[in-house]
Ligand binder design. Structure first.
Ligand SMILES: [Zn+2]
Length: 361
């Protein structure tokens, strides 16, 4: 009896030690959508600092063990002349942006250079423009920076896709919260315009990734039909309507259509998209709300199509996920909810890296 007791105690001890070891192993993380450009525009030295309340810094990126961050270098909100100043932009920056509204290429070029300059000569970072850069990222455990645009207002015509691609942009979000001349936003029932179809073909031809977050369901379906199922699609930062029934979240049909092409959906940290709005309590999201969104996505589509897109830089982050260094809590939370290490690993970053390996040249 005594030997039996000692043996089972040993087994229990080993199992507990393994769980602890797993808990300490860092996941390779990927963030499909970061608005850190807005912070860098306000202060070019932003990432060197690490102030309370700061979403992203060089220190928290390291702590989060990121293999990839998609950094947005142009947004439709920069160029929408009817738009009122959003809360997440300072008055000073909003005024500065005003000067650039008619000089789109100049401003986008300035933002692209600023982001490149921020990460250049930093030994832990690599600008990712092709598959070979992903090799460096994975072999040398660096953080890949992939450039994206959020809305195509930056382009005068479909021909501008080539210019953006040549300058390193690989993720092309078609539209933001208001319709542009190429695509209709989530608030609309319409889809791509004729020029939008041309634009989507140009993105597919160049080898870009089409981001369908913020798009209407019709835009999602039109884009897939126009570019073809071989084109890489994602919804980089989204929630699900089963939890938050707002138009900004893609419909179940849109999520399934994107996943059906092999595309990925990034669960966002943006509180109104992941918190049930029927709940009248203050809309503060928590880590559990992000996990609920991941649970819901994983029931709707294969877990190999689920990823993370935080939206750090322009959100009020969920409690527990205050900065980029906290992202490991998502993987740990998934393990606690009964997901396997492999499943947590996939959502944390492996799915995004696999998708990019296939999408990039
Ligand atoms: Zn967005």
């Amino acid at each position: 009896m005594k030997i039996k007791y000692i043996l089972s105690a040993c087994v229990l001890y080993t199992a507990t030690a393994m769980i602890n070891l797993n808990a300490k192993t860092l996941f390779d993380a990927a963030d499909l959508h970061s608005d850190v450009l807005l912070n860098i525009l306000e202060d070019p030295g932003y990432l060197d600092k690490d102030k309370p309340g700061q979403h992203t810094s060089f220190r928290t990126i390291k702590q989060g063990n990121y293999r990839l961050i998609v950094v947005i270098v142009s947004g439709d909100f920069f160029f929408d002349r009817n738009m009122e100043k959003p809360g997440w932009i300072s008055r000073r920056l909003w005024k500065e942006l005003g000067k650039y509204r008619l000089k789109k290429r100049e401003f986008a070029g300035h933002c692209i250079d600023l982001v490149k300059k921020t990460f250049k000569d930093k030994k832990d970072f690599v600008l990712v423009t092709g598959r070979k850069d992903l090799d460096t990222v994975e072999k040398e455990k660096k953080t890949g920076i992939l450039l994206g645009v959020e809305g195509m207002r930056v382009a005068e015509n479909p021909g501008d896709v080539e210019w953006l691609y040549e300058n390193g942009v690989r993720v092309f979000g078609l539209v933001w919260n208001s319709d542009n001349k190429f695509a209709h936003s989530h608030k609309s029932k319409s889809g791509l315009t004729e020029e939008g179809k041309e634009l989507v073909r140009a993105i597919a031809k160049a080898g870009g990734i089409i981001d369908l977050s913020h798009a209407s369901e019709r835009t999602v379906l039109d884009a897939i039909e126009t570019a073809g199922r071989d084109c890489p699609f994602m919804a980089s930062h989204s929630g699900v309507r089963q939890i938050s029934d707002v138009s900004r979240n893609p419909s179940d049909e849109a999520i399934k259509a994107i996943a059906g092409t092999g595309g990925i959906i990034g669960a966002t940290f943006y509180r109104t998209l992941i918190k049930n709005r029927n709940n009248k309590s203050p809309v503060y999201a928590t880590t559990d709300d992000v996990l609920d969104t991941i649970d819901c996505m994983a029931k709707m589509i294969p877990i190999s199509n689920v990823a993370i897109g935080t939206d750090y830089g322009s959100i009020i982050p969920p409690k527990g996920l205050e900065n980029a260094g906290c992202i490991q809590k998502i993987g740990a939370g998934m393990l606690k909810r009964g997901y396997t290490q492999e499943e947590a690993n996939k959502v944390m970053g492996a799915n995004a890296l696999k998708f990019l390996r296939k999408a990039l040249k």
